[in-house]
Design a protein around this ligand. Structure first.
Ligand code: 4AD
Ligand code: MG
Length: 428
């Protein structure tokens, strides 16, 4: 069996392929059949005089999404999609498809979402999922090559990491448990064992808002580094983003073309990124007539307004203590703000990275837990990181779907994950 992606290695040879019928056009004596096998799409040409009766019959019967086996000779043909054409000697209908609900005509989003499992077969959906796969591999390579150890964090947890309002609760043998919002708290102890670590897995937030930037289940990659101070964290986030963008541009050119992504915008993503403080961001917004006040959190529109002045991601740091998580280290120059970092993607894709230097002082962390009314017993183990050889440390989390949406130029996160989990929607 030959994969369509490898046809170039078989020019003028006879090959056998199996796949799905993507399209068919017939004009009496000659038929053009597009076959998709997951690795690519090939044009198969069958001429009535060159195939047997059974093959010709099969070609007549086969409809969109039927599975077929094709035997034929590979010809180089620059007019054919993919650059190669197969001159069929045999075509076997392996399974006739029922009428496929998704045709090249336009469908509404609700319909497509109901048929997400079938929608995956469409060219743009396939391209976006391939970009996602490349991004995930690039992330693993980046941290592996950088000497980080993968530390998988648990999905069932007894406590909240990112606020108690978005927790999915479940029963754990009579106790309450929650689906993890972030692996961060479990990485922090691991730095004392392994130095530089990262986790990469699904995270869950019961976000009661319906926006194109929020999923209930999303994937997050989180590095955490012992002895790393805030400025180094900001550099790491920037280097990480640049490295991933370069990888996507290098390896996903065809997919970006299918997605009609303007790659010029991605080529502009070079170091250094502009870096402004939260306070400066507020001033910039106010200068544009935005009614936002110091102390407010940024909404999606505010983020878009901030990045509108720049052609690359923007780093924003030093947020008001009261709008950020309990674990963030105060700025030694101004206790009103914390050493938190957000990286905002341009073109309206919003926050892709959130991170900080962590509080490493035991007493301060105990105070913060109390201020945030978090149950101390559930965090005793986390406090141990500060009891047994504490050190300054930092980390961040990047949402994969936000990043892939930006790379792909896809507006809604639902098209960047195979099976999106959205507000009140869990089918299929
Ligand atoms: O800013 P967040 O909430 O940070 C944390 O969870 C930290 N504990 C991470 C860390 O420091 N280790 O989330 C990090 C990123 C966001 O910047 C965003 O890209 C993504 O996760 N994100 C979401 N993506 C999709 N849907 C949602 N509901 C998301 N919430 C956050
Ligand atoms: Mg955040």
């Amino acid at each position: 069996m030959t994969e369509i992606r490898n046809l170039s290695q078989h020019v003028n040879e006879e090959v056998t392929l199996e796949g799905w019928l993507a399209n068919k056009r017939s004009s009496g004596k000659i038929a053009f059949v597009q076959v998709r096998d997951g690795s690519g799409t090939a044009q198969v040409v069958a001429s009535r005089s060159e195939v047997d009766d059974a093959s010709w019959q099969a070609i007549q019967e086969a409809v969109q999404e039927s599975t077929v086996r094709v035997v034929g000779r590979v010809n180089e043909d620059h007019r054919a999609p993919g650059g190669y054409e197969i001159h069929a000697s045999e075509l076997e209908l392996l399974a006739l498809s029922e009428e496929f609900p998704i045709s090249p005509k336009e469908h509404g989003t609700a319909f497509l979402m109901e048929h997400r499992h079938l929608w995956l077969r469409s060219s743009k959906q396939r391209a976006a999922l391939r970009v996602r796969s490349e991004v995930c591999q690039a992330i693993r390579d980046y941290f592996y090559d950088g000497g980080y150890t993968l530390v998988d964090s648990p999905i069932l947890t007894p406590a909240a990491c990112e606020g108690t309002s978005t927790l999915f609760e479940t029963d754990y043998f009579g106790d309450k448990a929650y689906l993890s919002q972030s692996g961060q708290l479990y990485l922090e102890p691991a730095i004392a064992a392994l130095g530089k670590v990262y986790c990469f897995g699904p995270t869950f937030r019961a976000e009661k808002s319906k926006t194109r930037r929020h999923l209930m289940e999303f994937w997050m990659v989180e590095p955490e580094i012992a002895f790393m101070r805030f400025e180094a964290l900001c550099d790491l986030a920037e280097d990480f983003v640049c490295s991933l963008v370069t990888r996507v541009l290098d390896r996903c050119a065809e997919d970006l073309e299918v997605l009609e992504r303007d790659t010029k915008a991605l080529e502009a993503v070079q170091k250094p990124f502009p870096h402004i403080s939260y306070t400066e961001a507020i001033e910039r917004l106010q200068a544009k007539g935005n009614p936002i006040a110091w102390g407010d959190d940024f909404g999606a529109d505010d983020e878009t307004q901030i990045t509108a002045d720049f052609d690359r991601p923007v780093k924003i740091s030093r947020f008001p203590t009261k709008i950020k998580a309990f674990y963030m280290e105060p700025d030694p120059d101004n206790p009103e703000v914390v050493l938190g970092l957000d990286v905002i993607a341009p073109e309206g894709y919003g926050e892709i990275i959130g991170g900080s230097q962590r509080i490493h002082d035991l007493e301060l962390l105990e105070r913060r837990l109390a201020e945030h009314e978090l149950p101390r017993e559930a965090f005793e183990w986390y406090l141990d990181v500060r009891r047994y050889g504490t050190c300054p440390h930092s980390g961040f989390g990047m949402g994969i779907e936000r990043f892939v949406a930006w790379m792909s130029g896809v507006k809604h996160l639902r098209e960047t994950i195979p099976y999106p989990r959205m507000l009140n929607k869990i089918y299929p």
